[in-house]
Design a protein around this ligand. Structure first.
Ligand SMILES: NC(=O)c1ccc[n+]([C@@H]2O[C@H](COP(=O)([O-])OP(=O)(O)OC[C@H]3O[C@@H](n4cnc5c(N)ncnc54)[C@H](OP(=O)(O)O)[C@@H]3O)[C@@H](O)[C@H]2O)c1
Length: 240
């Protein structure tokens, strides 16, 4: 595990699922962790739990990543409290699957704005602070849906395919400012994503802890090395 003592990590969408696990892993590694999502109560509860268990302080900031001004506020509140940002994990995201002619326009807009727009707004807001602080890490949580199209995935596929390209373009923009940007692309993960029930019936899936482990592995890389894209999947999914 990397030693993140004194580092400041923001995780969007960190009140449940993969984001919560990443926030807990960063806190266990000693970081100050900023918890964020739309639900006020949930944000406060997770931030308080991390504050009592983690070694660094933690902060909860309500933020809907679809709103550029809320993303700016998330970064500003973090800098106000901790003075810097070292790591931003853009995890907030959702999927709603339906054939293109049955996909409500607002769900198309919602997925593009959350999974793609939200990442853009947060990176745009954090980059000046990371530059001033001498560098940083940005880790985007993509999906294997960013390389494998499937029926019903017009909006979700578009958002996650777009995220792959946007991540690489941002990496090229910011690499000489010592900001490394990666995308982690998991297959099925045992969370409540899309309203499915998380639980032992999904033991064959990746677990959120597996994704958090990859985040820590990336953060442990030496400064000269950059892993820009990670694809991960369950080792043995049920045979079709
Ligand atoms: N589970 C999978 O199989 C899987 C596979 C590959 C990739 N992923 C990706 O992994 C990420 C996390 O998924 P998950 O499975 O952990 O989902 P999850 O259990 O549904 O958790 C999603 C988190 O994001 C927050 N969120 C949703 N919309 C938001 C918004 N507009 N602004 C801020 N926060 C928002 C949610 O809190 P609020 O609703 O309270 O805001 C929650 O904390 C997503 O980007 C997803 O696309 C998931």
């Amino acid at each position: 595990m990397p030693d993140l003592t004194g580092k400041v990590c923001i995780v969007t969408g960190s009140t449940r699922g993969i984001g919560k696990c990443i926030a807990e892993a960063c806190a266990a590694a000693g970081a100050h962790v900023v918890v964020s999502a739309r639900g006020e109560k949930e944000v406060a509860a997770i931030a308080a739990a991390l504050e009592s268990r983690g070694r660094g302080g933690s902060l909860g900031v309500v933020c809907d990543v679809r709103r550029p001004e809320q993303c700016e506020r998330l970064i500003a509140r973090t800098v106000e409290r901790f003075g810097r940002v070292d790591v931003l994990v853009n995890n907030a995201g959702y999927g709603l699957f339906a054939p293109v002619d049955e996909m409500p326009v607002e769900e198309w807009q919602g997925q593009i704005e959350t999974n793609l727009g939200g990442v853009f707004y947060c990176v745009r807001a954090v980059a000046p602070h990371m530059k001033r602080g001498g560098g940083g890490w940005i880790i985007n949580i993509g999906s294997l849906a960013g390389r494998n199209p499937f029926a019903g995935g017009s909006a979700y596929n578009a958002s996650k395919f777009g995220l792959v390209g946007m991540t690489e373009a941002m990496m090229l923009d910011l690499r000489y400012d010592k900001i490394r940007i990666s995308i982690i692309m998991p297959g099925s993960v045992n969370t409540e994503f899309r309203g499915k029930e998380a639980g032992p019936q999904n033991d064959w899936m990746l677990q959120p802890e597996d994704v958090a482990q990859v985040v820590l592995d990336l953060l442990a890389l030496p400064e000269n090395a950059h892993v820009s894209r990670v694809e991960m999947r369950p080792s043995r999914p049920p045979r079709k």
